[in-house]
Design a protein around this ligand. Structure first.
Ligand code: GDP
Ligand code: IMO
Ligand code: MG
Length: 422
């Protein structure tokens, strides 16, 4: 049986360049679907001198013709969704025809955002550094069977909303947390009305019908595997399964239907928010990565922490996801570096560790060095143009990680992507 569902996901701590590559690959598919996360994501795409940052809307909307689906595993903030969709409409992209939203996707309430802030404040120094979008409280409500879903807006919604809000207010009162959601709530309610103009569906049925018709689907991950609720650097993670299995539960797709799994990694590594990051650099090299890679949050503008590529963590996330192809991003950022380092093991208490341990807090990276290519790759269009030293870096990664590199990204634009003949 031909497997016509592929999954594309981040292998690090997010911001690997998923949005760009989903856009590049979209013409190969009939459908693009988001399966988890919410507006904590910021997926950047650049083409024709234009730049877009998507939060909840799949990155398959720009190539034309494809259907785009927001799956049941996603959490949706109606006001942020409206703002995003209206901006796209103004830019000439009408979503009402080709965007479908699962009735089973959970709603982020204004009080979820307040709870996010309240829980962070209560954690003090141990705070996660969340995006403040109410992601954790919304998934908490889902799991504790208190959540509101998109389908709920179609019937007796005011009553359901009032109950959920009252429950949140009780928690906030018990925390002595003061807040004012008057404005937020107005925008949110207007978002709810706007949502009704969209095609709210049983997306699992639609997706499986499309599969039966032989249509091909690209599942777009958000965040990264190191932020996965089960396998990431817990508790400094997000609240959903960002790994490949999340595409099954977040879309209603059976595991045996999944074909290729595209794992995306930067040629180095970044992280936003708190939590351990073994290869983090606090020196001029780290600053150079941040400057050249414009490593600032796509939405929040927060400075991203930068460091060398971590092959111990990558081997682990490749294993968990069953990655079949790697996509190497932002290689151009290292164009001028004389030497590239890669972490091949950790050291803790004098012991060398090559498998990803339970806790990465306090591990010391063990590096190997690879000669840099020291040339401008941003104008290249063909595999043959890639410098030998860079090809050697790719071969090194392939050997260490055991998976081929299918695409190489050498700049933010759609065109700055090289397909390898493998
Ligand atoms: P996502 O969340 O995984 O979609 O990634 P983000 O959009 O948050 O962050 C990736 C950033 O890197 C964006 O600003 C992209 O425009 C940019 N980008 C993507 N690929 C490349 C690349 O190959 N080279 C450079 N220099 N920038 C890139
Ligand atoms: P994309 O899809 C990078 C991080 C936050 C924080 C932790 C928990 O653009 O790659 P949350 O708001 O989810 O409860 O925050 O996860 N985080 C991301 N970091 N890219 C993202 O998304 C992220 N989404 C969440 O910084 O450390
Ligand atoms: Mg991002």
């Amino acid at each position: 049986m031909k497997k016509n569902i592929d999954v594309l996901l981040g292998l690090q701590w997010g911001d690997e360049g998923k949005g760009k590559i989903v856009d590049v690959l979209t013409p190969q598919y009939d459908v693009v679907a988001r399966f988890q996360g919410g507006p904590n994501a910021g997926h950047t795409l650049e083409f024709g001198g234009k730049k877009f940052v998507l939060r909840s809307i799949p990155s398959g909307i720009f190539q034309g013709g494809q259907l785009n689906i927001i799956g049941n595993g996603v959490v949706l903030d109606p006001s942020l969704f409206k703002a995003e969709a209206v901006d796209l409409e103004k830019a000439g992209y009408d979503l009402k025809k080709n965007l479908f939203i699962s009735k089973k996707a959970h709603l982020i309430l204004p009080t979820c955002r307040v709870l996010d802030a309240a829980y962070e404040a209560a954690k003090g120094d141990a705070k996660v550094g969340t995006t403040g979008k109410g992601i954790g409280p919304t998934y908490t409500d889902k799991v504790s069977r208190n959540g509101l879903r998109v389908g709920d807006i179609l019937e007796d919604f005011e009553n359901k909303y009032a109950k959920a809000k009252a429950r949140h207010e009780q928690i906030l009162a018990s925390m002595n947390y003061s807040y004012d959601i008057t404005e937020m709530e107005k925008e949110w309610m207007s978002g709810i009305e706007y949502l009704k103009e969209f095609r709210l569906i049983d997306s699992e049925q639609m997706i499986n019908d499309l599969i039966a018709e032989g249509k091909s689907i690209l599942c777009e991950g958000a965040q990264g595997s190191m932020l996965d609720i089960d396998f990431g650097s817990y508790p400094f993670v997000t609240s959903s399964n960002t790994v490949c299995a999340g595409a099954c539960t977040g879309l209603g797709v059976a595991p045996n239907k999944i074909g290729n799994v595209y794992g995306i990694t930067k040629a180095y590594c970044t992280r936003v928010g708190a939590g351990p990051f073994p290869t983090e650099l606090f020196d001029a090299t780290g600053n150079e990565m941040r400057d050249k890679g414009h490593e600032y949050g796509a939405v929040t503008g927060r400075e991203r922490r930068c460091g060398w590529i971590d092959l111990v963590a990558l081997k682990y996330t490749i294993m968990i996801n069953g990655v079949t192809h790697l996509i190497l991003m932002k290689s151009d950022v290292l164009d001028e570096f004389p030497t590239i380092k890669a972490c091949i093991a950790y050291k803790k208490n004098g012991e060398t560790i090559t498998h990803f341990p339970y806790d990465i807090e306090g591990v010391e990276p063990v590096y190997t060095e690879i000669p840099g290519w020291q040339c401008d790759m941003t104008k290249f269009t063909k595999e043959e143009e890639l410098p030998e030293a860079f090809v050697n870096y790719i071969k090194f990664l392939e050997k260490e990680l055991g998976v081929p590199v299918k695409y190489v990204s050498i700049g933010p634009d759609r065109e700055q992507t090289i397909t390898r003949n493998i």
